[in-house]
Write a new protein. Structure first.
Length: 134
């Protein structure tokens, strides 16, 4: 994908700080980390998001994310958030699929979502709809 910044990183046209590479998957440090070591795990081939990424490749990305998370824990992180933003409304800003591996130390600016309550029968209804859509 010619205009994709992550494709350019894989091709070496834009610099990055690489931490992992194999035939299908690439890992490099996020330029604006939640904490030092925040890594992005991406497929070498361009897929826009989780929905487009083939299952087998997504599995490889998840395994690499876990390995990197294990390494970061060994280096002293107290926990790891692993996340993937899919779609602009979900916070995706680079439209080349990527898994965030984010080291946590207890004191940082990262904040998790705030949950809300279900109304009446909404919970059962939405669960039924999801099950039917699977
Ligand atoms: P997202 O909002 O989930 O699409 O995340 C995109 C991430 O890519 C952000 O955390 C950015 O800081 C990161 N990012 C954007 N450009 C670069 C770059 N050239 N090198 C490393 N990370 C980048
Ligand atoms: Zn791309």
């Amino acid at each position: 994908m010619p205009d994709c910044i992550f494709c350019k990183i894989i091709k070496g046209e834009i610099p990055c700080t690489k931490v992992y590479e194999d035939a299908a998957v690439f890992g490099f440090l996020d330029i604006k980390p939640v904490n030092p070591g925040h890594t992005l795990v991406i497929p070498k081939k361009h897929y826009e998001n989780i929905h487009e990424t083939p299952d087998e490749l997504l599995g490889k990305m998840a395994i690499v994310a876990k390995r990197i998370a294990d390494a970061i824990l060994k280096l002293g992180a107290k926990g790891i958030n692993i996340g993937m933003n899919n779609g602009a409304v979900a916070g995706q800003s680079v439209f080349h699929a990527h898994i965030h591996v984010m080291p946590r130390y207890g004191k940082d600016s990262f904040s998790l979502w705030v949950g809300k309550e279900y109304d009446g029968s909404e919970r059962e209804e939405v669960a039924g709809k999801i099950k039917n859509a699977l």
